[in-house]
Ligand binder design. Sequence first.
Ligand SMILES: Cc1cc2nc3c(=O)[nH]c(=O)nc-3n(C[C@H](O)[C@H](O)[C@H](O)COP(=O)(O)OP(=O)(O)OC[C@H]3O[C@@H](n4cnc5c(N)ncnc54)[C@H](O)[C@@H]3O)c2cc1C
Length: 390
Amino acid sequence: MHATKLYDVAVVGAGAFGAWTALQLARRGKRVLLVDAYGPGHSRSSSGDESRIIRMGYGTDEIYTRWSQRSLVQWRELFAATGNEELYRKTGVLWLAEAENPQLRVTKDVLKRNGAEFEELDRDGIVARYPQINVDGIASGILELESGVLLARRAVAAVVAEAVRIGVEFKLIAIAEPHGNGEIESLSSTAIEGSAAQRFTAKTFVFACGAWLAKLFPEILGDRIFPTRQSVFYLGIPGGEVRFSFPALPTWLIKNDECYGMPDLESRGLKIALDKHGERVDPDTQSRMVTPEEIAEIRRYVAYRFPALANAPIVETRVCQYENTSNGDFLIDRHPTLSNVWFAGGGSGHGFKHGPAVGEYIAGQLLDGSEPEERFLFDKKKTIQHRTVY
Ligand SMILES: Cc1cc2nc3c(=O)[nH]c(=O)nc-3n(C[C@H](O)[C@H](O)[C@H](O)COP(=O)(O)OP(=O)(O)OC[C@H]3O[C@@H](n4cnc5c(N)ncnc54)[C@H](O)[C@@H]3O)c2cc1C
């Protein structure tokens, strides 16, 4: 009989958070197992769309500015080292808002303090540079110059490939909820009819399960992680039209409208989505089809802000979920009763970009006993949603 292999750390979940956690721990010399029920960056995961914005502006929540800057360096180093430079697109990120928008004002100070390059635009400057946008109600802008877009699902695959190259083992396994107090020795797969349960042992377990954290730990996270339905649209650009591609159009966020989008990347069309939280959903079973109401809402919006695309066809859609905490801060902490079990989640609609910093932070917590950031702790997670981090 074989002795069971003992890993230093088993990471459950191969999205942006889990993949980077596995990679950063392996870089620190740890023996790591990474498992996912469906595969890295799969279509039902939050990390599974084509693209995610990486921006530095976070209003007063400066820790995310610093993490984003640090993460961008690491994403780009990884892409350069693995021949994947095309997975980062430096489109710039344009913030638009009404005059004197408080978040933009603070963001400018924070960007300056942290050495993030940006340009300020007034209404005339916005109109002159971006005539394809209807600027009703918009009077100020910031263009982050080094920011842009990560080609998300392929970026996750690149992280996992690198992790495996340096020794991480990856397995396709769906894990059952662990129970108990004290420490646990092993995790088991969920029972699949006709097959034996798989077991593995590790000294420490990190659950980076996105929206599934609420399902896996219903008693403690069922009302602290709020998975919400989010729909994304890609609009076909008229033939020969260049105003919706980079460099004519950067990635953009319009604060007044709670809406964001990206220029036509890889000829997939203008990506556009509302940042408002949708209904609570189950990530395994929610419908991935957009509804007629969602289509009507986005069509109204596009006709208003991008009038030249009023009749553009919808060429692709995605339905995903945010895995929100009460206020949008991440959840990175030890399980309250299982001392060798950790959570890494609560990306809350803005987590993807931070994968490298999340992995580094967890490595610091696990291996160095670093001082925790209070805002990430389990105790800080409320059961009523009140979003403050954007
Ligand atoms: C529409 C949309 C737009 C977004 N835009 C941005 C953006 O522009 N910029 C940005 O930075 N962020 C953005 N985000 C947020 C970002 O995508 C997420 O915060 C991030 O991808 C979360 O990564 P994760 O690894 O925590 O979760 P996930 O990517 O969901 O990964 C969790 C993984 O855990 C696995 N898992 C769960 N349960 C089990 C189990 N029992 N056994 C084994 N495996 C399991 C799942 O299969 C899954 O692969 C957006 C999110 C959405 C939905």
